[in-house]
Design a binder for this molecule. Structure first.
Ligand SMILES: [Zn+2]
Length: 479
């Protein structure tokens, strides 16, 4: 028997602030253990936490991007539990009044725009990090007190595949907002998934939470495994235990970790050391100063306004620097389809050959604009244009300089072309005779000869015009 699947996510995002959430310690990873700690983030008696304005500004930017309701006042709560990585034995979090209320996240899946409801967004501090050696464990408190935003979705996702697609796009959104390093390997973007199976879509089954999902791929694999495990239990008439499970990437299974803690286990109460304050207009203004570009709106724009293919649009969303360049070039008046084709095709291909991307290579906007102008003016052939793009990715300079240095510039001046056209006519008197007697193909033949003579360096349209004039003169004179 198959069941209705309900999947929800809790997404944790480290904010890329200069300092920690409640003290002035640097928020810095990968340095010497316990280099950035102070009495506040160690929770020593007599110290007082002070909320970090930069973190609140960045949280509001996420809130705006999710169309969540912003709370009027900032209230923190203590979440009490003991664990060695948390020196205070409580975490400052938000429980009764999260800073962000209901909202939604839009994403693209199976060829359509979909939405998932966001239940809340709250601000909190991270714990430290335990490092396990062979017979001892060590603790590094550099991460203790890091500003963290937790986003909780409603359990509205219906499949592991859709969940993976959604979380990837959420991650991309955080990168666009530039509020976090968002690297999964370093733990600055983490997510827990909860899943329940039920007989009908309206009711939820027993909720199982899966932790330790440090790659997008694991999210999907763990959920697929859980669906199979829970389906088997339900088919046998056994109850699914309400619990927290861990993904074991070595065995490709989830394993029971602990029975799910209940809210009352945490003995939440309002953080007495931080007074409730209203969120000032100053802070809100600072958050709104930055224009937010969201990947999903960019995707819809590229598909609907610019009529790009889904494949190319996805490239311009996933690789933001290409998308940014596309928009800049289009705004300068160039034709969108041609720009899209060259950026997503040859430019991206050439860059991958030299093992770099647009951001690393000094290909300036001005150079690309010049490249497209050369194409538009037909000053370069299609084949040479490909070589030109490649030369640009190798850092050989501006397009016009490369053309000159390589001798790829097409000949456009009238005198040179006319001289060559005369020569072609002189060496092919029989063709001129054929044209006189009405052969239509004669001119094409001469055009081929002209291109060969110039080694393909004549701009074709210009060459044809001038050749026709020379042929006309000769055929008319003799009449
Ligand atoms: Zn500190």
């Amino acid at each position: 028997m198959s069941y209705c699947v309900h999947i929800g996510l809790e997404i944790h995002v480290h904010l890329n602030t200069n300092t920690k959430m409640f003290c002035g310690c640097r928020a810095q990873f990968g340095e010497e253990a316990n280099a950035y700690i102070c009495p506040v983030c160690m929770g020593l008696p007599g110290t007082l936490p002070v909320p970090n304005k930069e973190a609140i500004v960045k949280a509001i930017q996420i809130i705006d991007s999710l169309q969540c309701k912003l709370a009027e006042t900032l209230v923190f709560d203590r979440k009490n539990y003991f664990y060695p990585d948390m020196p205070k034995n409580y975490q400052i979090s938000q429980y009764r009044q999260p800073v962000g209320g209901e909202g939604k996240f839009s994403y693209y899946y199976a060829g359509e725009l979909r939405h998932i409801a966001i239940r809340e967004l709250h601000l909190e501090e991270d714990a430290g990090k335990l490092v396990h050696a062979e017979s001892e464990s060590y603790v590094d408190y550099n991460r203790a007190g890091y500003p963290l935003v937790e986003i909780v979705t409603q359990p509205e996702l219906r499949s592991p595949e859709e969940t993976e697609a959604m979380i990837r796009q959420f991650h991309k959104t955080i990168q666009y907002l530039d509020v976090s390093d968002a690297t999964m390997e370093e733990g600055s973007f983490r997510c827990d998934a909860n899943i329940s199976l039920s007989k009908d879509a309206k009711t939820l089954g027993a909720k199982v939470e899966i932790k330790n999902l440090n790659s997008f791929h694991f999210v999907k694999k763990a959920l697929l495994f859980e669906i199979e495990r829970q389906t088997e239990l339900l088919n046998e008439g056994m109850p699914v235990k309400l619990e927290t499970r861990l993904w074991n990437a070595n065995k490709d299974i989830t394993e029971g970790m602990r029975s799910k803690e209940e809210v009352h286990d945490y003995r939440y109460f309002q953080e007495p050391d931080i007074p409730e304050v209203s969120i000032s207009q100053d802070v809100i203004k600072a958050a709104k100063e930055k224009k937010l570009v969201l990947p999903v709106s960019r995707l819809v724009d590229l598909l609907e306004q610019y009529r790009l293919s889904e494949q190319v649009a996805m490239i311009f969303v996933d690789e933001k620097e290409f998308g940014d360049m596309f928009y800049r070039l289009c705004e300068s008046g160039l034709e969108a389809q041609a720009v899209a084709q060259w950026l997503a095709g040859d430019l991206r291909g050439s860059l991958s050959v030299v093992g770099s991307t647009l951001g690393d290579v000094p290909i300036r906007f001005e150079d690309l604009k010049e490249f497209f102008e050369l194409l538009q003016e037909e000053l370069i052939s299609g084949r040479k244009a490909k070589q030109l793009i490649h030369a640009m990715t190798e850092g050989k300079g501006s397009p016009r300089n490369i053309l000159k240095a390589e001798g790829w510039t097409l000949i456009t001046d009238e005198v040179s072309i006319k001289t060559m056209a005369e020569e072609v006519c002189d060496t092919n008197p029989t063709i001129i005779e054929q044209i006189k007697s009405g052969s239509a193909k004669g001119v094409d033949f001469l055009m081929g000869a002209l291109m060969r003579l110039s080694k393909g360096q004549i701009q074709p349209q210009r060459g044809k015009e001038i050749l026709q004039r020379v042929v006309d003169e000769r055929t008319e004179n003799s009449r």
